[in-house]
Design a protein around this ligand. Structure first.
Ligand SMILES: [Zn+2]
Length: 240
């Protein structure tokens, strides 16, 4: 790839041999997109190797693999973990991780958009820190020492869940959407009831569970503490 000329507007155009000898002029923007795509593909490949190690060694220990992407696009934590995996055994500054995530095409906002610490404390990956900002992935065959698979993954059994849904008239405790009916806040979707936490800091048990539609459950995530009727009675600061 070589620089051929500067255009009058000041943008630089490049010529590269593209796909077996076809010459194509690439604008800087096209070039950046190509770079992004290349990094994305390299990361995705790494992620597949990581997912395999997870399946073979870590899943049984309760370590959770963050998704690499969903229908909305790339997932920040999946990218961050993959980047740590690509730099296995070496410390990486959080800013360097962020930069790579952005280069691969994701937009990051806020002061701590990646929440790398959650990968270890909540998901069980053996990641250690040096100082405040540096992170290192230590193993993909062993989980974080002392990690006990999060009980929050626990669910009501089918019988109790059926009982609870009946108790609530098969409706979301927050918005009233009926299971199998139209979702109130997104009328293109069908309501699926999920087991929401009343207090997100505690396990899901019959006394700490409320039925929420997928929309409300997603909205509140770990931010609010509810009573049995779905009224917010407290806020969970760590959820914000
Ligand atoms: Zn709802």
């Amino acid at each position: 790839m070589k620089n051929t000329k500067n255009t009058e507007k000041g943008t630089t155009e490049y010529k590269i041999d593209f796909f077996l000898g076809i010459n194509k002029k690439l604008t800087r923007k096209t070039q950046e997109n190509l770079k992004k795509k290349t990094l994305y593909m390299a990361l995705k490949q790494k992620y597949l190797a990581l997912a395999l190690a997870h399946k073979n060694h870590l899943a049984v220990l309760g370590v959770k693999l963050p998704k690499f992407e969903n229908s909305k696009g790339g997932c920040k934590q999946g990218y961050a973990l993959t980047i740590l995996f690509a730099n296995f055994g070496e410390f990486m500054h959080i800013d360097a991780i962020k930069k790579k995530v952005e280069e691969a095409g994701l937009t990051l906002t806020g002061t701590d958009p990646l929440q790398v610490r959650h990968l270890s404390t909540q998901k069980g990956w053996w990641i250690v820190k040096e100082g405040k900002y540096k992170h290192k992935l230590v193993s993909v065959t062993e989980c974080l020492p002392g990690f006990i698979a999060e009980k929050r993954a626990s669910k009501l059994n089918d019988e109790n869940w059926a009982k609870m849904k009946k108790e609530y008239g098969y409706s979301c405790v927050n918005c009233g959407s009926k299971e199998g009916g139209m979702l109130r806040w997104d009328q293109t979707k069908t309501t699926v009831l999920q087991q929401g936490h009343m207090d997100p800091r505690k396990d899901i048990t019959y006394d700490n569970c409320i039925p929420q539609c997928q929309f409300c459950n997603q909205q509140y995530k770990s931010k609010a503490v509810f009573n049995r009727r779905g009224f917010v009675i407290d806020f969970c600061k760590s959820g914000f």
